[in-house]
Ligand binder design. Sequence first.
Ligand code: HEM
Length: 449
Amino acid sequence: MAVLLMLRRAHRALRGTYLDHLPGSDAPGELVHLLRDPFRFLHERFERHGNVFRTRLALPVVFLVGEEANRTVMLTRRDAFAMGRGYHLTAVRRVFEGSIMLEDGEQHARTRAVLTPAVGHLALRESSDRVHAIWSRMLDGVDRVGGEDCYGLAERGTFDVAANALTGLDLGRETESFRPRFERLIDGIMAPTPYRVPLGRLDRAMGARAELMRLLRPRVEAARRAEPSGLVGQLAHARDADGQPLETDAIIGQLLLLFWAGYDTTASAGAWVLHVLARRPDWQQRLRDEVRDRLGTEPVGPDDARALPQLGCFLSEIERMYPSALFFPRVTEEDVSLLGHTLPRDTPVFYSPYLSHRDPEAFDHPNAFDPDRWDSERSPKRARTALLVGFGSGPRVCLGKAFAKLQLRILVAEALRRYRLEPDPGARFTVQGLPVHHPNGSRVRFRPL
Ligand code: HEM
């Protein structure tokens, strides 16, 4: 009986006729269109079908766009949208097995209660000094003649931050031996299925995962014997709801996810920050003046968000126009009514920060980069931060949001204290949408002040 039910479910999922009542199309070739030009794919379907539309990737899926949809998925009906199951048919499930991202319900709440204080610790003075030192060194060393590729520079800086400030690795040899293995691990995410084929992408990634576990085990064991310091120390001394310490491999499973979640996304945001600053000398000057007037020569610290309101508006606008991921998956756990449609149970759905942030219903002139829209003194109709979902929202909002924003404030302040940024007029850039949204080939020149 159970087998029959499973087969019926699989058949239903594959055919997708249970979604025929929704606007959209499941014509063959949709996946090819998405991979070829994800921006065009999303805009065309949103314009044609509205806030709820179905399409067919490997399986039929439904995209949900806009404020009402986001609130339903992440807040009001969040228990009806499983996140872990959203990754079930992808290689992410294998690469980051045992991590918070793949959990739901009670289990997720328990893990989140353990990780929140440990990750929250990262946004404190100790790691902010490290982040400041890493970005200062990185910016002092930029190529002042040839310029730098925005994404390349952001990626190097955020990798060092994740390795050192997050994982406690020594910069230099230790980080360098970690890097190729970690790159092999995250390459596995793009494997087409969660099944391991010898010598395939996922197989190499799982091999890298085993090596990373071996590298990190002694570090976690040492942290258990020392005073709790840094993220690894906090996790090594953390207790679960039953008062038990976490197992070493469980800690490492979470650490690898935190590393990825913190590094790839922040590299994308950092690259957009540099790309946009170079094209907006007016905003460079405003932010440079603000940092100088409010902080003098002091480094940006964890409590300085309020002191730098214009920088806050600038970063909100980066989050709005250039979210690090275009969409995130969920699977419905029960029937859900949304915007006049019914999403049947077991429907794979995506909520989309990218499309939601470009929705003209939510934002005036959504395609214009205008940080002043977030400033109540400059804008008669201040945009509502509740409309931003670049870090998610609700009980699953990004755990590292404060840390990521701190790092971006440090990057902007240290770059503008040293340089005037200009786009390299000879550079041709493209925009990559998947798996992470960032400029490719955008070069910036750094003119010392
Ligand atoms: C600019 C940088 C970042 C961006 C744009 C970002 C974005 C996001 C988003 C959109 C989600 C929710 C995903 C969903 O709803 O499916 C999320 C979750 C998460 N993020 Fe971030 N993130 C960033 C940096 C970080 C950092 C620095 C860390 C860790 C130190 C981190 C750790 C996590 C974790 C653990 C989750 C899962 C939370 C849960 O499921 O309860 N992120 N992030």
